[in-house]
Write a protein of this length. Structure first.
Length: 668
């Protein structure tokens, strides 16, 4: 826990140990942790009260203490009245010119006058760093460094810490044998145009915090007498193509010279300007905040699909760069990135592909503040049922009633959940996804499903007016949208390719045959492919069913003996006009199809098939005293008006001759 806390604090405090602790080339010659001290205060988060009164326990013998006490894995020095002092044992530093002291300290919790001083023994001189610290931060641990020159390496080093009302921990002494090379920002081409407002104009130079660095931008070798001094992180100005050289010193000890060249190249503003470039051009793409660039989809931190006010673009890093964390849908994007334009001929995906100069460090992603959530672009078919995706390649789109293999093909490179591994040719779906490419307006369009804003990536559609294609295998956890209405005012024939365990209304199944009367009895659920009679409690229009198993079972029939078959169909079906087929009208009658122009039964319905010249049946429905009997020559939708021979409209015709749909019809 103590080590974890130290790591967190080190990451937060500038100018302290973390600037050089990683990959440390120098040698630790002394380390005191005070971890064996079992008092209270300091590392347990308590910085006031009756703390720091335990016995101090050291990792190394030889310490001497005055007005100090043991706290929680650290030392409390000083009291309200007296200063405290803590002196280390003798430390052999070896034959070096410099040593580096690092330690952690925190101030008393309710005082603004906490102080700490560091002194060395004879033969050593403090040359820079935190050796005279005034007003330690109350109740907060910080890490500090002190650079010490070794005047006489034959003498041992002793360190004395003095101050009032504070805490001390993790005293480390390193013998400096090597001067760390200063860190220069990685090389990349097309550095920001220095005339752009708010664009970065410098590369970052960071020396280790106990060193002094010098840099040049004219190609000459830097030294103490040549170049610009940089003690802490410094922005080195860039003008056009610039070579930066830097060196670091500890006293007269020097590091190696680091050299990097930065080139300022062309900049384009916005996606439309990038799209106009010649293929293969490498540029710096600048996305201004007002361009409103937004993340449509981020894939594994290596691909980013985005849309701004002028168009869409895919950033394809191909492992040469990566976002960490990965981009999230709906984030706002601003800043700049270097890359090369890549787009095939025709309506293909526009990409900025990564090069050796690509970095994501200057492209900011953030949650939108006032902008509305990103929505898909709605694609609608033309009069011929074709979908034109050509202007939306790379975009997040939503299209309804798409025919697979005819209007588009579906791929799942993003491994989106709730998407089947295979789609049947001409299957009908609602689709929400990223358009990967589009050669023209036919099946060459490839769409990758995505799931955002609660919009399901693939919704299977069963339309009463469209052919239905059964899947070859069952599809679990599917979402299905029906283009079908069910009325509460009469019995509806109904069949679907999935089970319905709960239905808000009455269900009847064909259960037996009595003479020529088909008996329909109550049931509580519907099974896939089996036709039923249903009467909902409320009118139902275009229902959507989620998390169902869309089966590979075709619509089937029910026969309970005799020559009467109750047969379902998912898609539109042309009934026979030779009086072998009958259907249920909306006024609760059985009817023959009138003629070739009025014989189509819409999908998700059922009809009665009579074999071997069987007479027309009647239907007895449990719970419905009226039953259903035959009426000849009425069309399936029941909306044809019936007139007698005098031209008067008849609501309930008896036996006789009538005019229906302009034709004479005999009702027996």
């Amino acid at each position: 826990m103590k080590q974890l806390l130290m790591l967190m604090l080190c990451c937060l405090v500038l100018g302290h140990l973390t600037a050089w602790a990683q990959d440390d080339p120098n040698t630790i010659v002394f380390h005191e942790t005070f971890d064996q001290t079992n008092g209270t205060g300091g590392r347990d988060g308590v910085f006031t009260g009756n703390v720091g009164s335990s016995t101090i326990k050291y990792d190394t013998e030889g310490w001497t203490a005055t007005s100090c006490g043991g706290a929680s894995q650290c030392v409390k020095f000083g009291t309200t009245k007296d200063s405290g002092s803590l002196t280390s044992p003798e430390i052999s530093v070896g034959n070096v010119d410099y040593v580096l002291l690092t330690f952690s300290a925190a101030g008393w919790g309710d005082s603004n006058k906490n102080k700490l001083y560091v002194e060395t023994s004879d033969g050593f001189t403090i040359v820079s760093g935190d050796y005279d610290i005034v007003e330690l931060e109350n109740g907060l641990w910080n890490d500090y460094t002190v650079l010490i020159k070794v005047n006489d390496s034959s003498k041992p080093l002793k360190l004395t810490f003095m101050g009032k009302r504070g805490f001390l921990d993790d005293v480390v002494v390193r013998a400096i044998t090597t001067v760390p090379t200063p860190s220069l920002q990685d090389e990349f081409t097309f550095f920001p145009n220095t005339t752009e407002e708010n664009a970065s104009k410098h590369v970052t130079l960071t020396p280790a915090n106990y060193t002094v660095a010098y840099y040049t931008t004219d190609g000459s070798t830097p030294s103490k007498t040549n170049g610009t001094e940089a003690i802490q992180t410094t922005g080195v100005p860039i003008h056009g193509t610039t070579t930066v050289k830097a060196i670091a010193y500890v006293g007269d000890m020097a590091s190696e010279v680091v050299t990097k060249t930065y080139t300022q190249g062309n900049t384009v503003n916005g996606i439309a300007a990038f799209k106009a470039l010649a293929n293969g051009t490498e540029v710096r793409l600048f996305l201004a905040d007002e361009d409103n660039a937004r993340v449509l989809h981020g894939h594994d931190g290596k691909q980013l699909y985005l849309r701004d006010n002028s168009g869409t673009l895919c950033l394809d890093f191909d492992g040469k760069a990566v976002f960490n964390p990965a981009p999230a849908h709906n984030q706002h994007v601003a800043g700049w990135i270097v890359g090369k334009k890549q787009a095939e001929a025709g309506y293909s995906l526009l990409k900025l592909v990564a090069t050796d100069n690509t970095t994501t460090d200057f492209l900011a992603l953030a949650a939108p503040v006032t902008e509305p959530d990103t929505q898909p672009t709605i694609i609608t078919p033309d009069g011929g049922g074709n979908f034109d995706f050509s202007q939306n390649v790379g975009d997040w789109v939503k299209a309804s009633n798409v025919r697979i293999g005819t209007n588009a093909s579906i791929e799942n490179p993003f491994n989106t959940e709730l998407v089947a591994s295979k789609f049947e040719f001409r299957q009908l779906v609602d689709l929400s996804g990223i358009v990967l490419d589009c050669s023209d307006v036919d099946a060459d369009t490839r769409v990758a499903p995505v799931y955002y804003n609660g919009i399901k990536p693939v919704v299977y559609v069963i339309d009463e007016n469209e052919d239905y294609v059964c899947p070859a295998d069952n599809i679990e956890n599917a979402t299905v949208r029906l283009k079908r209405s069910l009325s509460k005012d009469y019995w509806n024939t109904f069949v679907v390719p999935f089970d319905i365990a709960s239905f808000n209304g009455e269900i009847r199944e064909y259960s037996s045959l009595d003479g020529k009367t088909m008996q329909f009895t109550k049931t509580d659920e519907m099974r896939a492919g089996i036709p039923y009679l249903v009467k909902p409690n409320e009118d139902i229009t275009d229902p959507v069913y989620s998390n169902v198993t869309l089966t590979s079972m075709h619509a089937t029939f029910v026969n309970k003996g005799g020559d009467y078959y109750f047969t379902g169909t998912y898609g539109p079906y042309n009934l026979s006009t030779d009086k072998r087929h009958m259907f249920l009208t909306t006024d609760g009658k059985l009817a023959y199809p009138e003629d070739l122009d009025h014989r189509q039964l819409k999908g998700m319905r059922a009809y009665i098939e009579m074999l071997n010249g069987a007479p027309a049946p009647s239907m007895a429905i449990e719970g419905d005293a009226t039953g259903i009997s035959e009426v000849r020559s009425m069309t399936e939708d029941g909306k044809n008006d019936i007139y007698d021979l005098q031209g008067r409209k008849v609501q309930n015709p008896g036996k006789g001759l009538y005019i229906v749909n302009g034709k004479k019809v005999i009702i027996q």
